[in-house]
Design a protein around this ligand. Sequence first.
Ligand code: SAH
Length: 219
Amino acid sequence: MQHTDDMVQERREMVELLRRYGIRNPRVLEAFLTVKRHLFVDGESRMFAYHDSALPIGFGQTISQPYTVAYMMELLVENCSSGKVLEIGTGSGFQAAILDALGYRVFTIECVAGLYELASARFEKLGIPVQSRLGDGTLGWPEEAPFDAIIVTAAAPHEPYKLMSQLADGGVMILPLGSLASQQMTVIRRKGNRFEHEGFDHFAFVPLLGREGWPDSDE
Ligand code: SAH
């Protein structure tokens, strides 16, 4: 499908909707105006790229709902305004592109090879300077640690301890914590060797897999 207008109007309407749902941070709203979400989904999904819904991206995974991404990004900019961010769960690459638009140095890990390849190709094609890696994100990226922030974009059964150790002092982790059915968005702040938790609204993410995630049902 050709979109000669680059879907600018659709993006503006999506941002208006985010504003109505309570997203107020101007940096976050601006990033959602800038990043073309329709370039991160394929086929039929493109038509719905600016609806406020999660969409299939293949391999049984989804691109998160815009509101959910915006909610996490608002928590991020309020708690950590710049620096090095590690994202667990690259998926489509959209959220990493938003992190880049917000001015962070972005590292992202995906455990599904097909998704890693698609997202890496997108970053390259769009000239987005995100560093991506294939692997189990619950183990983090030790060579690049410490991170000012770590964002987990899949439902975690408990705090991933390896990741906590890769947080800089004063750094924050933002992750959905809870059961498979429902998770509470949680901000964990590192203060020396202490970790402070703060809980926010509930969401429903796909499960975090890997060493510190949920057991894989295929195994
Ligand atoms: N942030 C993504 C959407 C996340 S969906 C986007 O903007 O599109 C969650 C993603 O996390 C899925 O792609 C899933 O494959 C991945 N994932 C789940 N467990 C993981 C792990 N242990 N390490 C890396 N990626 C993981």
